[in-house]
Ligand binder design. Structure first.
Ligand code: HSE
Length: 311
């Protein structure tokens, strides 16, 4: 008998990972969104409820990231039944932790479990991307891809995306520090220059290539040397009070690198596991020195993406 409803958990994500603007991200399993999708005789896509750390989010499907992703899937596949969805937000809005992507990913993964012929992850990625466009005004995949596939993920191309899971060197963990403030992705994208100096282009390209090479060869010295975003971070850092002090504190405590998670204000660092606790404490203290409270995690960059939960 066909499945009537399914619930998917979709993890949060850090994307961009500093030097990989709009193309490189990693999943963060410590928090995520849960989406339940049910078959209904009512045609189309409806959102029944949004709960959790949501604030005000639109229930109209076309204005909601998960709703738009599901509409794209529904229109492409014409499943022969309607889709009714409930979203439980675990990722704070405007945190830079890929909340809109996780809702879109959770929706398409849950709906996929209702289909008699489930679709590939790549097809689900393309449906979920349509949802991300609602949130940020642009099609980018650096949160969608890691939330769907899990781990550190590079995506090449938009119209015909190619997704590659990049190995993370053993013994490396991520530190995530979320200051309690809201930063809109649209706003953080609107301030970016549309052109890049040639010298910065060369530097950034070298850093991205070095970072990926360092991951494949377990060369932490190369990862550390390459972990510097010379294009986007300098333009966005003013949006995060204490950014310079937090980054400096992380590096002093032994981080391999520290930057802005997505559009911010969350900041993240990579660290050898032995130093991760000290890096977290240093970053939290630097925010606290500016009277900014935080939530914070030390996480493995685990290779687990969105998944269906047992009923
Ligand atoms: N890559 C995007 C950005 C992520 O940095 O603007 C935001 O969701």
């Amino acid at each position: 008998m066909s499945r009537q409803q399914a619930t998917a958990f979709a993890p949060a994500s850090v994307g961009n990972v500093a030097i990989g603007f709009d193309i490189l991200g990693f999943s963060v399993d410590a928090l995520g969104d849960r989406v339940t999708v049910r078959r209904t005789p009512v045609p189309g896509v409806t959102i029944k409820a949004i709960t959790g750390v949501a604030g005000e989010l639109p229930l109209e499907a076309a204005r909601n990231t998960a709703g738009q992703a599901l509409l794209a899937m529904y229109e492409a596949l014409a499943p022969g039944f309607g889709l009714e969805m409930t979203i439980e937000k675990g990722i704070p809005l405007g945190s830079g932790l890929g909340g809109s992507a996780a809702s879109a990913v959770g929706a398409v993964v849950a709906a996929n479990a209702l289909l008699d012929t489930p679709r590939s992850l790549l097809e689900l990625l393309q449906f979920a991307m349509q949802g991300e466009a609602v949130a940020s005004g642009s099609l980018h995949v650096d949160n969608i891809a890691p939330s769907l596939y899990g781990g550190l993920v590079l995506t090449v191309g938009i119209d015909h995306p190619r997704v590659k899971q990049i190995p993370v060197p053993p013994g490396v963990q991520a530190v995530i520090v979320h200051p309690h403030m809201f930063l809109g992705t649209r706003e953080a994208r609107a301030i970016l220059n549309k052109s890049v100096a040639l010298s910065d282009f060369v530097w950034q390209t070298a850093n991205l290539a070095g970072f990926i090479s360092g991951c494949y060869t377990n060369d932490l010295d190369l990862v550390r040397a390459s972990f510097e975003d010379v294009v986007i971070e300098p333009q966005r850092q003013a949006l995060i009070p204490g950014f310079g002090a937090v980054r400096a504190a992380a590096m002093e405590a032994g981080a391999l690198g520290c930057s802005i998670s997505g559009a911010g204000p969350t900041m993240f660092a990579w660290s050898r596991a032995a130093s991760a606790g000290a890096v977290r404490a240093a970053m939290v203290a630097a925010f606290e020195a500016r009277e900014i409270t935080t939530d914070h995690w030390v996480v493995d960059i685990a290779n687990r993406g969105a998944r269906i939960e047992a009923a």
